[in-house]
Design a protein around this ligand. Sequence first.
Ligand SMILES: C[S@@+](CC[C@H](N)C(=O)[O-])C[C@H]1O[C@@H](n2cnc3c(N)ncnc32)[C@H](O)[C@@H]1O
Length: 268
Amino acid sequence: MSERGFISTLTSMTWRVWLSRAPGPRPREVDALGDVAGLRLVHLQCHLGLETLQFAQAGARVTGLDFSPAAIRAAQDLAERSGLSDRARFVCADVYDAVGALEAQTFDVVYVSAGSLCWLPSVERWAEQVAALASPGGRFYLHEKHPVEWALADDQPVFTHPYFEEPDPYVEDSESTYTDSARGLVNRRNYQWNHGIGEIVTALVRHGLQLDWLLEHDWAVRQVFSWLVTDDGERWTTPAGMPRIPLSFALLAHRPTNGHRDAAKPNP
Ligand SMILES: C[S@@+](CC[C@H](N)C(=O)[O-])C[C@H]1O[C@@H](n2cnc3c(N)ncnc32)[C@H](O)[C@@H]1O
C-alpha cells in the first residue's frame, strides 16, 4: 500500500464522526477477548490506529505498530484528538522487527485484523514475532480474509491465484485502495502473498502458541467480489443457490503459562 493511499485517507477521513461515535471493539472481538480493561494490547499492522484505539476506548493500554510513517503520524494525531494518548502509543517499524522495536516487551493480547497477512512474504517469520510478543498466558486474536477468498478470480468463484504461500509475490497494479476508492494512487504496484490456513496455524503452533479455536466464516466484511450479497451492509456472502464458501476466518490462540513449549513437528 502506498503513502498516497494513507494521505488520501487522512484528508477524507471523517474524524469528527469517528470521535463522536467513540466505538469500542466489535461484538465478535468482545466475545473472543472479553473485558480488555487494564490489559496490555499490541496491534500489529495497525494502519491508522482506528481498531487500536477502539481497544483503548475499552480501557486497554494499547500499542499500535505499522511500518508506514504517514499511518503512524495519523494514528498518533487521532489518539491525541480523542483524548486517548495517555494509554495509546504508536511505533513505526516493520512487523518482522516488532520484538526488537518494542524492546522485547510482551503483551496480554496480540491483535491482527483483516488485510494484514497478504503483505507479508513469510508467515513463518511473522508467527515468530507474534508468538514472542505474547506474555505467558497472553492471547493472540486474528481475523483475516480467508486464503480461499484471496485465491479466487474477481468475477467468478474459480481459483486463479495460489492458495498456498509461494516464494514469488502476486504483482498487481491498482488504481485505488480500499481506503478511498474515489482517489487515484501515485504508487500503484502491489506485491502480495497468500498463506494457507494450515500454514498460518502450523507456524503459530511451531513458535509456541496453542490454538483455542479456528472459525471459518462464509462472510466477508466488505464486498470483495461484485457477486457477493448482503442483508445488513456488514457481512457479504454468496447469493442464494450458490454453495457457501469461506470468505474470512478468525482464530484465538494463547501462550501457555509454562513458557515456550516444543511444538510437535508436523508431517511433511
Ligand atoms: C490493510 S492495512 C490493515 C488494515 C487494518 N485492519 C484496518 O482496518 O485499518 C495493512 C497495513 O499493513 C501495513 N504493513 C504492510 N507490511 C508491513 C510490514 N512488513 N510491517 C509493518 N506494517 C506493514 C501497511 O502499512 C498497512 O497499514
